[in-house]
Design a protein around this ligand. Structure first.
Ligand SMILES: *[C@@H]1O[C@H](CO)[C@@H](O)[C@H](O)[C@H]1NC(C)=O
Ligand SMILES: *[C@@H]1O[C@H](CO)[C@@H](O)[C@H](O)[C@H]1NC(C)=O
Ligand SMILES: *[C@@H]1O[C@H](CO)[C@@H](O)[C@H](O)[C@H]1NC(C)=O
Ligand SMILES: *[C@@H]1O[C@H](CO)[C@@H](O)[C@H](O)[C@H]1NC(C)=O
Length: 440
């Protein structure tokens, strides 16, 4: 029995308390207790019997003062409306009816968030590229229910064949000249038109034709094994490129770099071959045309010293053979000429005779000895090369000059035999050079 009465008392107390809370007015705020500058905020004071509260009059207050109708404030029965809120309106509000006061609600006023448009890969694109425009709200406001509208000049962009609008992203695929225009992004919280912001996105520039990458190497000629060769893939127009490298092999190899350089360290013979590159950007990737093919020639550094020696030997042998042929020709000419001279009548001018005798001399004591002398001089020049380090280049040039000089008088001698006195002087000067070379 005692227990029962206790329960009854308890229930009565609970009932009274619940009735009291039921009767307390409550402030409901639309659209939110957090609003942006310029928005309209509405506060409704409600008691449990909503039908009754509609026509009830409430006293509104904030922390500073009682609220009455004013320029931006409208009090109407149970409703307080503030239009065009400013930071100044940020406060706590509550309503009072008789002795009953609602709990206070805190209304926060924020400036509109900053929005930006990010364009990938670039605001300047080539025909055929895919461009993505992304409208981004400051991070702390992203959780709000934003709505994004896209405009191309003054027209709203809707999804179509090449345009895809997906919330805050506008994707334009296979860009054409017709896409060259101004794009805008408009952000707005759903149902709150006063949060609308128009963000100047980009002026999209569209360039006509596909560009071509340019491939160069830091090394000309042969690369010795063990060295490093660095290839450069140039794509000067615009930015945001990645670079794709190809080597001709059984299966074409492909490597990707963020930068324009591709280095092959510790080069081996197998690194030799054809290389080419191209640039690409975006998603899906838009590729430039391939560069021209670049050959990397690799020489084995171990064999290279002997091979360069071999080269010299080869040149020497080649020169010797050449001289041999020239002398053979000369000999032939001389012999036929000699036959002619002996046949010819005595009407020959003395000068010609002299020249012929000089030629004769040249050829007679020249033929075999000159050949060996040739080799000799070449060798001695080589020796000088090794010992006399003072002017490598000059002595190197002397090698070449020597060959030239040797050829010159021979040719002239040949011509000489055929005609003209004038050239005799040249022969003389030529023979001077020969002497010079021999001295060296
Ligand atoms: C509120 O008052 C209006 C007239 O001012 C009346 O037409 C309406 O029925 C009342 N509503 C309630 C719920 O009392
Ligand atoms: C409030 O009024 C509506 C009609 O206007 C009625 O349907 C509803 O039942 C009423 N609610 C209460 C709690 O009296
Ligand atoms: C790239 O290739 C296309 C198609 O082969 C060609 O029309 C265009 O001229 C090329 N561009 C350059 C810069 O070579
Ligand atoms: C270069 O490659 C050769 C042969 O593969 C190897 O023996 C050598 O250690 C390498 N050198 C460097 C510096 O990596």
């Amino acid at each position: 029995m005692e227990f029962r009465s206790l329960l009854l008392v308890l229930l009565m107390i609970l009932n009274i308390q619940s009735r009291q809370t039921e009767d307390l007015p409550v402030v409901r705020v639309t659209p939110d207790t957090s609003v942006f500058t310029g928005e309209t905020v509405t506060m409704k004071c409600e008691i449990e019997d909503q039908n009754r509260s509609v026509n009830m009059s409430f006293q509104w207050s904030n922390r500073r003062t009682s609220v009455f109708n004013s320029e931006r404030y409208t009090v109407n029965t149970n409703t307080l409306t503030i239009r065009g809120v400013t930071q100044h309106d940020q406060d706590e509000f509550w309503c009072v009816q008789g002795h009953q006061s609602s709990a206070a609600v805190h209304v926060t006023v924020m400036d509109l968030p900053r929005a930006t448009v990010r364009v990938t890969p670039d605001t300047s694109v080539f025909t055929g590229e895919t461009v993505t425009l992304k409208c981004e709200i400051e991070e702390q406001y992203r959780s709000l229910d934003w709505r994004y509208l896209w405009y191309k000049d003054r027209t709203e962009v809707l999804s179509s064949e090449r345009y895809t609008v997906n919330t805050n992203t506008l994707t334009i695929s296979k860009v054409t000249q017709s896409d060259q225009s101004q794009f805008w992004c408009v952000t707005e919280i759903h149902g709150r038109p006063q949060t609308s912001q128009r963000i100047s996105a980009v002026h999209l520039t569209v360039i006509g034709s596909k560009p071509k990458a340019e491939l160069t190497s830091d090394t000309e000629g042969y690369v010795l094994t063990g060295n490093t060769v660095t290839l450069t893939c140039l794509m000067n127009q615009f930015t945001g490129w990645k670079f794709y490298w190809y080597k001709h092999k059984q299966n074409t190899e492909k490597k990707t770099t963020e930068g324009i350089y591709y280095s092959i360290h510790n080069v081996t013979v197998s690194d030799g071959g054809q290389y080419w590159c191209r640039a690409g950007r975006g998603n899906p990737v838009y590729y430039t045309n391939y560069s021209d093919v670049l050959w990397i020639n690799v020489a084995d550094s171990a064999a290279s010293s002997s091979s360069s020696h071999g080269l010299k030997v080869g040149v020497a042998v080649g020169l010797s053979v050449m001289f041999m042929i020239i002398f053979l020709v000369l000999l032939l000419c001389y012999k036929t000429r000699k036959g002619k001279v002996s046949e010819s009548p005595s009407g020959v001018s003395p000068q010609q005779n002299i020249s012929q005798t000089s030629d004769q001399k040249h050829n007679e004591d020249g033929y075999t000895p000159l050949q060996s002398g040739n080799a000799h001089v070449y060798d001695s020049v080589n020796a000088a090369d090794n010992k006399n380090t003072s002017t490598d280049n000059v002595s190197g040039a002397a090698d070449l000059t020597y060959a030239d000089i040797e050829l010159k008088p021979k040719k002239e001698v040949k011509k000489n035999k055929e005609k003209k006195n004038k050239e005799k002087k040249d022969v003389a000067s030529g023979s001077n050079d020969v002497i010079y070379a021999q001295i060296k």
